[in-house]
Design a protein around this ligand. Structure first.
Ligand code: DOR
Ligand code: ZN
Length: 350
């Protein structure tokens, strides 16, 4: 029997780029409409490296959220080689800072202040292990000698595994996992390791970017891989395994910088994320596990309660019409096109 309605706990997004200023004001409501909380990425220019900056950024986010939306930004700090352990513990003990983000320097958008030498951040990581604060890793090495499609696997071998051997108590999220290697690594690990999975990596493989013409709106980092990896991600996300949860990595950039000879990485997926996910879980005949992936597994890892509100997902004969583009002060931003009709709609039940 096919399911056409599902009532689940209000979801959370465990990896989100909201940006700042006019872009923040243009995109915030898409997340706050459907999600109760989101882990906010700190890769602004300049990055959010101190709790005081995170507190002010949190205020700006709340101001950008419509009054009738119930949304809690969960703040993170951007780890640099100069970050001090006491800054981290002070931010965490006040309840403001929920995690710390590790960008290998040069790995992605605004990662120049990231980490070059893991050795320099060991005192911070030891403190985080002590206090149970999660480390969120952009799991890609950056060396020019490593093929871009291999960067996640090489990161696991050369950075993540040695780190976890050295500090097994450190709680780590392998953000936006994109490979079968990554999925298997998480599955074989203990509960101190989890992974977020994006909507787009469940839907596209690398052909979307490269076959029949170059499509910059499907370019993100980590870059989408070949089909067998997408299938491994779908199996992990829909399995119900508590170590996998949603992190959309919705990351808006204006069309002018995406449609360029050197286009930047990231796509805006917040406007249609939940409908796309319901479609994926339906295709896999696993709608029953959707709530685990979007609403329950994340809070469990972060040691928070699930949201008390509910959302109703329902299917109609008419595809959900999401905007192709949204307008910002700096021009249009293209919304992720899943290249398949989405019949699932979202209704907030409070
Ligand atoms: O595609 C991406 N965009 N990947 C990231 O890691 C960063 C993000 C951004 O900030 O644009
Ligand atoms: Zn991201």
């Amino acid at each position: 029997m096919s399911i056409s309605e599902l009532i689940i706990r209000r979801p959370d997004d465990w990896h989100l780029h909201l940006r700042d200023g006019s872009m923040l004001r243009a995109v915030a409501s898409f997340s706050s409409a459907d999600f109760g909380r989101a882990i906010i990425m700190p890769n602004l220019v300049p990055p959010i490296t101190l709790p005081e900056q995170a507190a002010l950024y949190r205020q700006r986010i709340l101001e950008a959220v419509p009054d009738n939306h119930d949304f809690e930004p969960l703040m993170t700090l951007y780890l640099t080689e100069a970050t001090r352990p006491d800054e981290i513990s002070h931010g965490a003990s006040s309840g403001l800072i929920k995690a710390v983000k590790l960008y290998p320097a040069g790995a992605t958008t605004n990662s120049d202040s990231g980490v070059r030498d893991m050795q320099t951040i060991m005192p911070v990581l030891e403190k985080m292990a002590d206090i149970g604060l999660p480390l969120l890793v952009h799991g890609e090495v950056t060396g020019a000698d490593v093929d871009i499609f291999d960067r996640e696997a090489v990161f696991i071998d050369t950075v993540l595994e040695p780190l976890r051997r050295r500090l097994p108590e450190l709680r780590v999220v392998l953000e936006h996992v994109t490979t079968e290697t990554g999925v298997n690594y998480v599955m074989a690990s203990d509960n101190n390791l989890a992974a977020t999975i994006t909507v787009h990596h469940l839907i596209i493989n690398r052909n979307a970017i490269l076959a029949g013409g170059i499509r910059p709106h499907y370019y993100c980092l980590p870059v989408a891989k070949r089909e067998k990896h997408r299938l491994a991600l779908r199996a992990a996300a829909t399995s119900g395994d508590s170590r996998f949860f949603l992190g959309t990595d919705s990351a808006p950039h204006c069309d002018s910088v995406k449609e360029s000879a050197c286009g930047c990485a990231g796509m805006l997926t917040s406007p249609n994320a939940l409908g796309c996910l319901a479609t994926v879980f339906e295709q896999e005949d696993k709608l029953i596990n959707l709530e685990l992936f979007v609403s329950l597994n994340g809070p469990k890892f972060y040691r928070l309660s699930p949201n008390s509100g509910k959302v109703r997902l329902f299917k109609t004969q008419v595809p959900f019409r999401f905007p192709e583009k949204i307008n910002t002060e700096n021009g249009p931003v293209t919304v992720f096109d899943p290249m398949l009709p989405i019949y699932w709609h979202v209704d907030n039940m409070g």
